[in-house]
Structure formats: structure tokens, C-alpha cells
Design a protein around this ligand. Structure first.
Ligand code: PMP
Length: 414
């Protein structure tokens, strides 16, 4: 690890949690330089919903490269981009009656969030944006303004301007009605909160610790946005692409956001982010918001192939089934170890165990790593053990992984 310590900034994170030098990965397994095998329950922080080196995607990429297909295209028209947009329209938008325009926003999720915030401000002519406690929307200066965790924000002076953080659903307990509070802030002249251009929200907070918003809460949020002429932005960067069981995570609540940020697994691990917007919001002048890496054609090729998983209901059915295995398995583990005092939360294929104790959660992650499993922590203080496997993971690996978790909890409790 010496070269990493010598050369890489102190900011390095996952390299510390998983101290091995990795080389090869297939599906939900990753191998280090000495051929040690690890089960991957982290899946690139939700970027690898279709698994590492998915054979069909890999084949499409090899074929494209062998054909000398364009790799970097700025925002030029290419056959790869045409195929992606066509597939997105026909497989994802059409069956859901969606008519979003698509903006290619760059390589990473933060680019999409910042584009959404900029466009919302431009369209509404207002600067305020409302976000939620525990929200995670990215760490560069624009998106950091709506990320609700002081660990990331405190020393970035100035990003707090024009933001209000409303308690996320259930965050202050079921007795606190955060939608009533939001309504009060919007109607009370003395609240100090300017009418926002937009409200940005995750339907399930991923980095924030797997807090699942209730459908009614999301519906109420949507109706407040309509009532007060505020744009609703759903950040689907981590929870989209099937993570919660449907392609978009907000489908379960039957809402239709004005904008949707999409990244991570859309590119199947290759850099890509998109902003979906209602057509009437597309008020950009040509070239007004641009950048160099907004046309990674390898990502288009991979994404087009991956969207074939959504041609039939089988994939979504598989997510529901495997999600059920996680829920059942994790419940059984918690019943077996009541002294761990873990609370299970989740939906689809995203689960978290909140131990209320960051030290305990990270000890389990470390113990699991020593037993050849990659699993991360999340939450305001890192107190939640977070399960984010590839959606293509097979049942045997789920069972094997759950056994490692069970053994790791037992070992840490000892
Ligand atoms: N929004 C959400 C919901 C995320 O989970 C993340 C990344 N964890 C981001 C935005 C930022 O994306 P990126 O790290 O690709 O910039």
C-alpha cells in the first residue's frame, strides 16, 4: 500500500476501509492481487447494479471498441448516443408515460445535481433551494449546499447560503410532521425562508443511512411543490436503476417529479450522468451549460445494453425476490443477536442495519472484510451497515454473504 500512502491525498477513504490492492472482478465477486476472493455487497456505491464486468455489457463494449467506435464525442451526434436515447425512450419512458427531455450532464452524479439546481434557479428566477436533513447530493460546491451533513460542509465556508434543511420523513420520530413544518415555513412570512426554486430529495436516503420515505410523504411533498409553484427534483442517483425494485425509485409513490438526476448504475460503472426534465423546463440556450466529458460513448453502449434488462418484468421480479431474501436473512440475524440492538430498514435491494453506534458498525465492516466481504457503513455518523449488492447477484452468494455478516456480528459481540 506504500505508493498510495506516499502519493495519494489524505482524503482517500475506501482505500482505508478495504486495505487490499484489487485486480479482477466478476459479477459480485472481486479479487485482490493475490487472488483472494471477496464478496461485494457494496457494488461501487450503487454504480454496479448489473455487476462487475457483466458478460453481455462487456461483449457489447468489446464489439464497439473493435469497430473503432467513437469513445469521446463531446455532445456530437453518434450512433451510440442515438441507440441509447432510443432505448431509454422506448424501454423506460414510454411504458411509464414519461416525456422527459434528457440533458447529458457529465461524468459524475454531482454534475447532474448542480445542473438541476442551476436550471431550477434560472427557470423560476429564485435562488433558494430546500433540501432535507441527512441528504446526500454530492460534495462539490454547488451540490454541497444541499448535502445535509456538517462533516462534509463545516469547513467549506459559504456553501450554506440559501438553503433550508427540513427533517426527512420519520427522522425526528413519527410524532413530527415535517410536511406541516415545511408548509409553515413556506407560508409564515417570518420564517426567514425565501420561496425556493426547487426542493431536492432522495426517496430513500442512501449515504444518509437508508431512510425510506413513505409514499404518502412523497405524495404530500409533490402536492406542496405544485401548490407553491416549486420544482420537485428527485435525486435518483443511488436509488434509481432498479435499486428499490422499479427503474425509478419514485414510481412506488406514483409521483412525477419535474426533474430527475440519474447517474451511477445508468453507465454500469462507466462515468455518466443525466438530468431528466419536463420539456417546458428545457429553457437552455444552445451551449449555455456544457463541458468536455458529456458524451462518453462507451457509457452509452454499456447503458443501452443494460436497459435490455428492463424489456421484460423478470428483472424487477428478481429484485423483489432477492430483496425478500435479504430482508428475511437480516431479520433472522438480528433476532439471533438481540444484544447488537440493530434496527433494519430498507426496500428492494437496499438495506441498512442501524446500530446507533458508529464504532460497532465499522467494527463489523472491518470484521467482514477480514472474512472476505466488502460492505460499507452509512448514516450521519457511519452508524449504519449498508447492504447494496449488485441486482444481478445470485442466491448462493446472498446466502454466503449473510452468513459472513452473521459470523462478523457474533465475532464483534464476543
Ligand atoms: N446524489 C446521491 C443520492 C448520491 O448517492 C451521490 C453519490 N453517493 C451523489 C448524488 C453524488 O454523486 P457523485 O459521487 O457521482 O458525484
Amino acid at each position: 500500500m506504500r505508493i498510495f500512502e506516499e502519493m495519494e491525498s489524505e482524503v482517500r477513504g475506501y482505500i482505508r476501509s478495504f486495505p487490499a490492492v484489487f485486480d479482477v472482478a466478476r459479477g459480485s465477486e472481486i479479487f485482490d492481487e493475490h487472488d483472494n476472493r471477496y464478496i461485494d455487497f457494496f457494488a461501487g456505491a450503487g454504480s454496479l447494479n448489473y455487476g462487475h464486468n457483466n458478460p453481455a455489457i462487456k461483449e457489447a463494449l468489446i464489439e464497439y471498441l473493435q469497430h473503432d467506435g467513437i469513445v469521446h464525442g463531446l455532445d456530437k451526434a453518434t450512433l451510440a448516443k442515438q441507440a441509447f436515447l432510443t432505448k431509454l425512450r422506448d424501454t423506460i419512458f414510454a411504458p411509464r408515460n414519461m416525456e422527459y427531455k434528457v440533458q447529458f450532464t457529465g461524468p459524475t452524479g454531482t454534475n447532474s445535481v448542480e445542473t438541476a439546481l442551476k436550471l431550477a434557479r434560472m427557470v423560476k428566477g429564485r435562488s433558494n433551494i430546500i433540501a432535507f436533513t441527512n441528504a446526500y447530493h454530492g460534495l462539490s460546491m454547488g451540490s454541497l449546499a444541499v448535502t445535509g451533513n456538517s462533516f462534509y460542509r463545516d469547513e467549506s465556508y459559504g456553501v450554506r447560503a440559501n438553503s433550508a434543511f427540513i427533517p426527512f420523513d420519520g427522522y425526528l420520530g413519527s410524532g413530527f410532521d415535517s410536511m406541516a413544518y415545511l408548509r409553515k415555513l413556506l407560508t409564515d412570512q417570518s420564517s426567514g425562508v425565501d420561496l425556493p426554486a426547487a426542493i431536492i430529495v432522495e426517496t430513500v436516503q442512501g449515504e444518509g443511512g437508508i431512510h425510506v420515505a413513505r409514499d404518502e410523504w412523497l405524495q404530500e411533498l409533490e402536492s406542496i411543490c405544485r401548490e407553491f409553484d416549486i420544482l420537485l427534483i428527485i435525486d435518483d442517483i443511488q436509488m434509481g436503476n432498479g435499486r428499490t425494485g422499479t427503474f425509478f425509485s419514485f414510481e412506488r409513490a406514483g409521483i412525477m417529479p419535474d426533474m430527475v438526476t440519474v447517474s451511477k448504475s445508468i453507465g454500469t460503472g462507466l462515468p455518466m450522468s443525466l438530468l431528466l426534465m419536463r420539456p417546458e423546463l428545457d429553457q437552455w440556450k444552445p451551449g449555455e451549460h456544457t463541458g468536455t466529458f458529456r458524451g462518453n460513448n462507451l457509457a452509452f453502449v454499456a447503458a443501452t445494453k443494460a436497459l435490455e434488462y428492463w424489456d421484460t418484468p423478470d428483472f424487477a421480479e428478481g429484485i423483489a425476490y432477492k430483496g425478500g431474501l435479504f430482508e428475511k436473512g437480516l431479520k433472522a440475524i438480528l433476532e439471533k443477536h438481540p444484544e447488537a440492538c440493530g434496527e433494519l430498514r430498507g426496500v428492494g435491494m437496499v438495506w441498512g442495519i442501524d446500530f446507533s453506534d458508529a464504532g460497532f458498525a465499522s467494527s463489523i465492516s472491518e470484521e467482514a472484510f477480514s472474512r472476505n466481504m466488502i460492505i460499507e457503513t452509512a448514516g450521519a455518523n457511519g452508524q449504519v451497515l449498508k447492504f447494496l449488492p449488485a441486482l444481478t447477484i445470485d442466491e448462493a452468494l446472498i446466502e454466503e454473504g449473510l452468513k459472513i455478516i452473521d459470523d462478523s456480528i457474533a465475532a464483534v459481540l464476543k
